[in-house]
Design a protein around this ligand. Structure first.
Ligand SMILES: Nc1ncnc2c1ncn2[C@@H]1O[C@H](COP(=O)(O)OP(=O)(O)OP(=O)(O)O)[C@@H](O)[C@H]1O
Length: 421
């Protein structure tokens, strides 16, 4: 590269870029004194990607950053512009769903179940929106900081101090007790499906493979399972045609407790066949150092025969569960999300709010920008306010043109224009 000097780009120090520049090696052209374009190349790890946040309203929800991504789609943070509550929105693309094995069926089931469940330890589905034109579904849920799995991965020995594990386990048992009282078997209890709210309240989530026992069924017999292999009991690993659903959840909660307190799993395997073979044999060790009380509880929950497995009411009465555990050092807290230095996982909607209220009016004519305001939302949640539900196929928000006019009049116009009244 004769005549070209490798320099750091002082204009953008410390390597902050606006939207439109990819996060791979950055190349920028500068005109030096000699007017020869110079190339700056810096490592992608050094780049702080500062996207210009364009406000996007889905119904009355102002979208924030992505919180995570599952097999069915992205989950974004959002602000309910009417109640000012922090929300998490799972965005499901119907086209993508059709390509996933049991995808449509699982999402439909999860929505049906979540609509009828209301409990402190079950994730709350507060709203449900559909955009038929875009073939997208929006599941509006209460906001959580993250999963227990993420916390475990951040912990030094991949486990929690006993008092912390105990705190979460008690809440899991309460949530499970409610689910079972409603005749629902979760079938996929694991740290990855346990979220924590900002008040550190545990929320059982992901009911995609759950099963509602028929109200007239004699017992909790189930015939199918799609849960995560490492958390499945021997009756499933051995391919039994029918099994007790509630006892599956007891086993999976036992594996979860084992994992939270020891940092390892009772059964492992290089592949699913090996793993199921090991679970099927039912031989496992509890690591040294686990106190007898906890050992007794784990042994009860990981009983090979489902009929011998400890029941929920006895778990609640178990000494390890009832006891108060002393607070010790080493509490595991969430780490900042990559790219966000905020330890408290602050509200990511604020830059979008700024854009909504203060953005350059010239941008209003930008086609792309207009695309960010969705109308034609259908509210399909049973508890939807009539004014919103009645807005089907017309506009949940006012028409886009009206919105634009109103926005020109007042900076806060768009927010108020989204109220159903
Ligand atoms: N209510 C919520 N609040 C905050 N973050 C959430 C919420 N729900 C999900 N997330 C985040 O979004 C990510 C994706 O969640 P989602 O439920 O779609 O998938 P998953 O359970 O991780 O995976 P899969 O659906 O493939 O089993 C999660 O890993 C979690 O970090």
């Amino acid at each position: 590269m004769a005549g070209h000097e490798m320099v750091h780009n002082a204009m953008y120090a410390p390597h902050e870029y606006d939207a439109g520049i990819s996060s791979v090696d950055q190349i920028s052209f500068l005109n030096g004194e000699d007017d020869i374009p110079r190339i700056t190349r810096i490592d992608s790890a050094e780049v702080v990607y500062r996207a210009h946040r364009r406000a996007k309203l889905v119904g009355k929800y102002l979208m924030g950053d992505i919180l995570g991504e599952g097999s069915y789609g992205k989950v974004k943070e959002a602000l309910d512009t009417e109640t000012l509550q922090r929300r998490a929105i799972k965005i499901i693309k119907r086209r993508k769903l059709r390509k996933i094995n049991n995808g449509e069926q699982n999402v439909k089931r999860e929505i049906q179940l979540l609509k009828r469940l209301k409990h402190r330890h079950i994730i709350d589905l507060s709203d449900l929106l559909e955009n038929e034109e875009k073939q997208k579904m929006y599941m509006i849920m209460e906001y959580c900081v993250g999963e227990l799995q993420e916390l475990l991965e951040a912990a030094p020995d991949k486990r929690f101090p006993i008092f912390q594990a105990h705190r979460y386990f008690r809440q899991l048992v309460e949530g499970l007790e409610y689910l079972h009282s409603q005749g629902i078997v979760h079938k996929d209890i694991k740290p990855g499906n346990l979220l924590l709210s900002t008040e550190e309240i545990l929320k059982i989530t992901d009911l995609g493979v759950a099963e509602a026992i028929d109200a007239f069924a004699r017992d909790d017999t189930c015939h199918t399972s799609q849960g995560t292999p490492a958390f499945q009991p021997p009756e499933i690993a051995n391919g039994l045609e029918s099994f007790s659903g509630f006892k599956v959840d007891i086993w999976s909660s036992g594996v979860t407790l084992y994992n939270m307190t020891t940092g390892v799993y009772p059964f492992e395997g290089d592949n699913i066949f090996k793993l199921f073979e090991n679970i099927g044999k039912g031989q496992y060790q509890i690591p040294d150092g686990v106190e007898d009380n906890l050992k007794d509880l784990l042994t009860g929950m990981l009983q090979y025969e489902a009929a011998n497995r400890i029941a929920l009411e006895d778990i609640k009465k178990h000494d390890w569960v009832r006891r108060k555990h002393p607070v010790t050092p080493g509490f595991v807290a969430f780490k900042p999300i990559q790219g966000h230095e905020d330890m408290l996982r602050g509200f990511t909607v604020i830059p979008y709010l700024e854009d909504l209220h203060f953005h350059n009016s010239e941008e209003e004519e930008d086609e792309d920008y207009e695309d960010h305001y969705y109308s034609n939302m259908i509210n399909t949640h049973p508890h939807a306010e009539p004014a919103v539900a009645g807005a089907q196929n017309s506009n949940n928000c006012e028409s886009h043109e009206a919105e634009k006019k109103k926005k020109r009049k007042t900076k806060s116009g768009l927010l108020s224009s989204c109220h159903p009244s």
